[in-house]
Ligand binder design. Structure first.
Ligand code: NAD
Length: 283
């Protein structure tokens, strides 16, 4: 099976690692050559890390690395059986890409979106084959986190759901079928984890570091600010805006002004070297 991945950023690169580790062939596509170069280095570094930690052998890692082809030519995804999209969180831009992908791939290919928040049925509205379209929502880092939310749109077929559940298991993931509501399960719950933390900071109730330390103290693996830096402060804001808009601007989902400012200042977290914290190595 060959998996096409559109978008070689934070999520696309991680999904690619997950696929090659499972022995699948991958075509990883991005618009920008520099993103492709960065993704190649990231994938290699993560495989090296897996060898250092004894999670895999050098031989297996080298074999896996031969399975990924990184390209800035969309036409290269033509032979893929499943295409997973991980581009910017914007419905119109995703739909524009899907129209091109549908025209390229075989009629029985599945197209999956890794959207964090946009209702799958609403994205599928402009597709020719909505029955073969589905949400496959990975979590960051995609090659490490086990959960995958599988979201069926109104017109998604049973066969598509079954094939994506089976693929998730091949990747060693735990698929959870979620209803097609904005934000699905995790990102709807998580909105207030981030938003309330930022509002508290703005009010001077507690600092970024205090909030992260305290939340970890009660058992969260990462505090909200560390997690936003990992996700990408820009991507996280897009997700918050998307959930807020789709719930008809319910005030409880409203984005925090603090986040807008961080995005404007290009303090996007690990990927730009600085967000709520500073990082030595980018990404
Ligand atoms: P990112 O900004 O790191 O990467 C997006 C990539 O898509 C960029 O490299 C960009 O060049 C590329 N791109 C943009 N438009 C494109 C197009 N038309 N064709 C091809 N490539 C294009 O973003 P990300 O964090 O990887 O998020 C990608 C998707 O995954 C979003 O929908 C996001 O909501 C979702 N998601 C993100 C996370 C996370 O923690 N970051 C987790 C789960 C899901």
């Amino acid at each position: 099976m060959t998996i096409g991945i559109c978008g070689a950023g934070t999520m696309g690169a991680g999904i690619a690692i997950s696929c090659i580790q499972a022995g699948l062939d991958v075509v990883l596509y991005d618009l920008h050559d520099e993103v492709c170069t960065k993704a190649q280095a990231y994938i290699k570094a993560q495989m090296d890390k897996a060898v250092e930690r004894g999670k895999t052998t050098r031989e297996t890692a080298d074999e896996a690395l031969t399975k990924v082809r990184i390209t800035s030519e969309l036409g290269d995804i033509q032979p893929c059986d499943v295409v997973i999209e991980a581009i910017v969180e914007n419905k119109e831009i995703k739909q524009e890409l899907f129209a091109k992908v549908e025209a390229l791939v075989a009629p029985n290919a599945i197209i999956a979106t890794n959207t964090s928040s946009i209702a799958v049925t609403s994205i599928a509205a402009t597709l020719q084959r909505p029955e073969q379209f589905i949400g496959m929502h990975f979590f960051n880092p995609a090659h490490i986190m086990k959960l995958v939310e599988v979201i069926r749109g109104v017109k998604t077929s049973d066969e598509t759901v079954e094939r994506i559940i089976a693929l998730s298991k091949v990747l060693g993931k735990s698929p959870a079928v979620a209803k097609d509501v904005p934000g699905f399960i995790v990102n709807r719950v998580a909105r207030n984890f981030y938003n309330e933390a930022m509002r508290m900071c703005t009010e001077g109730v507690a600092s970024v570091e205090q909030i992260d330390t305290i939340m970890k103290g009660i058992g969260f693996k990462m505090g909200p600010f560390e997690l936003m830096d990992l996700i990408g402060v820009d991507t996280n804001l897009q997700v918050t805006k998307s959930v807020w808009e789709q719930y008809f601007y319910e005030p409880r989902f409203a984005p925090a002004l603090m986040q807008e400012q961080y995005v404007q200042a290009k303090l996007w977290g690990r990927k730009t070297g600085e967000g709520f914290y500073k990082y030595d190595n980018k990404k």
